[in-house]
Design a protein around this ligand. Structure first.
Ligand code: PLP
Length: 394
C-alpha cells in the first residue's frame, strides 16, 4: 500500500473544521426560487443572484425548450472551429445593442470572460491598477497575464492616482474595477476612475456582473447608470445572475472583440454554449425590455429589506445595491449566524476569508424581485431573533 499523496488535503480540511469554516454544499431541491427547498428545509432564499427571478421565468423556459427542439442540446465545437451557431451571433448582436457598444463576445462564464480578457490584452511588459476588492476572476486574469499588479485600497481614487503618477512613462496600463462589488454591494467610483483613465491614457475596464439587469435603464448596468457610455473600453457582464442563464460577455469596440476572438484562451479552447443557453439569454434581454416592473420590484424589496436590517441594528456596511452584507467580523460567528438562520427558515450564506478579509466575515443577503413582503418580513424577524441570541445585535 502506497501512502496517499493527497493526505495533506485532509489535514487542511481538518484545520477548516476546527475553525468552524468547513462548509458542506447546500443542495436545492427543486427550482431556484425566492421560497425554496434546501437540504430538506423550506426557506426564504436570500442567497441566489437570481435578481429578477428570470431563472424560472416562463418566457425563458419556453425559448430554451424551443431551441432544444429546433437546434439540439449541444454546439459540438469551440467557437473558432465549428461551434459558432447563428444563435450565438444573434446573442452577441443583442448584447452589443444592450450595452451600446460596437460589438460583444460571449464566454462560457463571467469568470472566463474576466480572466480570459485580462490575460489576453496584457503582457508581462504591462501594468494593472486594480481595486483591492475586485473579483477573483480579475485577479486570476492579472496573474495569468504576468503584468505588474498594483492594488489600490477599496474605492480610493486618490490612491489610484498616486499609483498612476508613480509609474514609468510609456507603459501600457489597465485600470480595472468592479461596477458592483459582490461581497459588499457598493458601487465602484466609476466616473472618477474613468476620468483618471483618460488623464493617464489607461485602458478602462469594468466588471458589471452584479449590475447588469439591476442598474441603469432596463438593467444596462453601471456604465449606463453613471452615463459613461463611450468612456469604458472593456465592459464585462454575466448572463449567469440577473439574466437567469449562464455565461459571460465582453462588450466594447469591434477591434477589441476581433482581438479576443484570436487571443482569448477560454474563447479559443473551450466549447461554446448549448443553443438553449443562448436562446435563454436573448429571451432575458427581451424581458428586460418588456417588463421594467421587475427591476422596480427588485428595488422596492431592496429598500424594504435594507431598512429592516438597519432598524434591527445590524452593520450592513456601505451597500448601494440588492446585495446587503450583515457584517459580524469573526468567521465562526458568521457561520453560526448563517446556520441558525437556516434552522429558522432563512437561507443566507456565511462568507469568510479568503472571500472577504479575516476580520470582515459576514452573512450575505440578496433579495430578488420575486420575494413577497411576507417572506422578507419573516426573514427580518428571524435575523432579529438569531442576531440577539448570538449577541450580534443588542
Ligand atoms: C463581480 C463578479 N464578477 C464575475 C463573476 C463571475 O460570473 P459567472 O458566475 O458568470 O462566472 C462573479 C460571480 O461570481 C462576480 O461576482
Amino acid at each position: 500500500m502506497h501512502p496517499d499523496p493527497l493526505a495533506y488535503l485532509a489535514a487542511e480540511l481538518d484545520t477548516l473544521n476546527r475553525q468552524g469554516l468547513l462548509r458542506p454544499l447546500r443542495v436545492l431541491q427543486g427550482e431556484q426560487e425566492a421560497a425554496a427547498r434546501v437540504d430538506g428545509h423550506r426557506v426564504v432564499n436570500l442567497s441566489s443572484n437570481n435578481y429578477l427571478g428570470l431563472a424560472t421565468h416562463p418566457k425563458l423556459r419556453a425559448r430554451a425548450i424551443e431551441a432544444i427542439r429546433t437546434l439540439g442540446v449541444g454546439s459540438g465545437s469551440v467557437r473558432t472551429i465549428a461551434g459558432t451557431m447563428d444563435i450565438h451571433v444573434e446573442l452577441e448582436r443583442r448584447l452589443a445593442e444592450f450595452k451600446r457598444t460596437e460589438a460583444s463576445v460571449v464566454f462560457q462564464s463571467g469568470f472566463t470572460a474576466n480572466a480570459g480578457t485580462v490575460a489576453s490584452i496584457l503582457t508581462a511588459e504591462d501594468i494593472v491598477v486594480s481595486d483591492e476588492l475586485n473579483h477573483a476572476s480579475i485577479i486570476d486574469g492579472c496573474r495569468l497575464s504576468r503584468a505588474t499588479i498594483h492594488v489600490f485600497p477599496h474605492k480610493d481614487v486618490d490612491a489610484a492616482r498616486r499609483v498612476l503618477r508613480s509609474l514609468p512613462a510609456g507603459r501600457r496600463v489597465l485600470l480595472v474595477s468592479d461596477g458592483v462589488f459582490s461581497m459588499d454591494g457598493d458601487l465602484g467610483p466609476l466616473p472618477a476612475l474613468s476620468a483618471l483613465a483618460e488623464e493617464f491614457g489607461c485602458i478602462m475596464m469594468v466588471d458589471d456582473a452584479h449590475a447588469s439587469g439591476v442598474f441603469g435603464r432596463n438593467g444596462r448596468g453601471t456604465i449606463d447608470h453613471f452615463d459613461l457610455h463611450g468612456r469604458v473600453n472593456v465592459q464585462v457582464g454575466t448572463l449567469s445572475k440577473a439574466l437567469g442563464a449562464l455565461g459571460g460577455y465582453v462588450a466594447g469596440s469591434r477591434t477589441l472583440i476581433d482581438f479576443l476572438h484570436h487571443r482569448a484562451r477560454p474563447f479559443l479552447f473551450s466549447t461554446s454554449h448549448p443553443p438553449a443557453v443562448a436562446a435563454t439569454a436573448i429571451a432575458a434581454l427581451d424581458v428586460l425590455q418588456e417588463e421594467p416592473g421587475l427591476i422596480e420590484r427588485l428595488w422596492e424589496n431592496t429598500r424594504f429589506f435594507k431598512a429592516g436590517l438597519a432598524a434591527l441594528g445590524f452593520d450592513t456596511g456601505a451597500s448601494e445595491s440588492p446585495i446587503t452584507p450583515v457584517i459580524v467580523g469573526d468567521a465562526a460567528v458568521a457561520m453560526r449566524l448563517s446556520d441558525r438562520l437556516f434552522e429558522a427558515g432563512v437561507f443566507a450564506q456565511g462568507i469568510g476569508f479568503p472571500t472577504v478579509a479575516r476580520d470582515r466575515a459576514r452573512v450575505r443577503t440578496i433579495v430578488t424581485a420575486t420575494h413577497t413582503r411576507e417572506a422578507l418580513q419573516f426573514a427580518l424577524e428571524a435575523f432579529g431573533t438569531v442576531g440577539r441570541e448570538l449577541g450580534v445585535i443588542a
